[in-house]
Design a protein around this ligand. Structure first.
Ligand code: C2E
Ligand code: MG
Ligand code: MG
Ligand code: MG
Length: 292
């Protein structure tokens, strides 16, 4: 009887695995159809210098305008495609759409830096740089300096020498590079040292508790020194409240992105936001306290 139960269990497990595989396959198909049906949209979230009040740019964040389920966040569909060639197709759509948007804003008189998230699979394509170059050439009226690539630190980047060459070649085109979610991977310091990046984005998990957690504050302080020594700019992600802004300014981190500044919004809202945003009046006076 025990044997039978075991057999049954095995059978059930198999059936479930089969169902999972089938639903994975269906999800892939749905995403592929969504791309063809033009159901993806980019939202944009501002990055600002809290001290000077300057808007430095916006990050493009993909959403799926699902006909039945409404607006879906990337966590609902990007994991499905991350190990599939479809990730490259979606990535190319994002790059092209972001460049169109840069041109659109430029035609309205505003040059805005747009950061685009790039997954490891895209970056590992042997012809990625060539593809990027061709794409930039198809927008001759916009400067490559208005495009930034955010490379996810946690992604398994593979051969670092090769990725480093790829990033160097992107920079030679004029595109800047940002290291996303810094501190969450196993190789943060190696990536900092070996990858030619302009900016590091401190992951929101280190920012969330800085108001009460002195250890997170110490990490932040250390990362700021380290980034300075490597000539990298630092941006704090996940700045949820104005008090977070106060603390960041006091520790010498002026550049921020987060719900406390602005949530991601449709492209159509960005120029009004940029024209009307004002930093907290007292932010201009907050300076880094001296480190003893
Ligand atoms: P990310 O690149 O680190 O983007 C920041 C994420 O944090 C965004 O989530 C953003 O909406 C959210 N966020 C911003 N400010 C705050 C805050 O103050 N508090 C909290 N709790 N969250 C905040 P989103 O849009 O859901 O994107 C999640 C991740 O999906 C992104 O993390 C990025 O890794 C990936 N992703 C988004 N768009 C794309 C894309 O076009 N291509 C690729 N390859 N990945 C993308
Ligand atoms: Mg990002
Ligand atoms: Mg991030
Ligand atoms: Mg993230």
């Amino acid at each position: 009887q025990a044997k039978l139960a075991g057999k049954n269990r095995y059978y059930l497990f198999d059936a479930e695995q089969d169902r999972n595989m089938r639903s994975h396959h269906e999800s892939l198909e749905h995403i592929s159809e969504a791309l063809k049906a033009d159901q993806f949209v980019l939202y944009y979230q501002p990055k600002v210098n809290m001290r000077t009040g300057k808007v430095l740019g916006v990050e493009a964040l993909i959403r799926w305008q699902h006909p039945e389920q409404g607006l879906l966040a990337p966590a609902h569909f990007l994991p499905v495609i991350e190990d599939h060639p479809l990730a490259v197709n979606v990535g190319n759509w994002v790059l092209d759409t972001a460049l169109q948007q840069i041109r659109n804003w430029q035609q309205q008189g505003v040059s805005l830096l747009v950061s685009v998230n790039i997954c490891a699979r895209q970056l590992q394509q042997p012809d990625f740089v060539h593809l990027l170059e061709r794409l930039l050439q198809s927008y001759p009226d916009i400067s490559a300096e208005l495009l930034e690539l955010e490379i996810l630190e946690t992604s398994t980047l593979g051969d670092l020498a090769q990725i480093s060459n790829t990033l160097e070649a992107c920079r030679a085109l004029g595109v800047s590079i940002s290291l996303d979610d810094f501190g969450t991977g196993y190789s943060s310091l190696t990536y900092l040292k070996r990858l030619p990046t302009n900016v590091i984005k401190i992951d929101q998990s280190f920012i969330r508790d800085i108001l009460q957690d002195s250890e997170d504050l110490a990490i932040l302080d250390g990362v700021l020194s380290l980034a300075g020594a490597f000539g990298r700019k630092v941006i704090a992600e996940g700045v949820e409240t104005l008090q977070h802004g106060d603390t960041l300014l006091r520790i010498g981190c002026d550049i921020a992105q987060g719900y406390g500044i602005a949530k991601p919004m449709p492209a159509a809202n960005i120029l009004t936001w940029v024209a009307t945003w004002q930093p907290e009046p007292h932010w201009a006076d907050l300076r880094r306290l001296s480190r003893e």
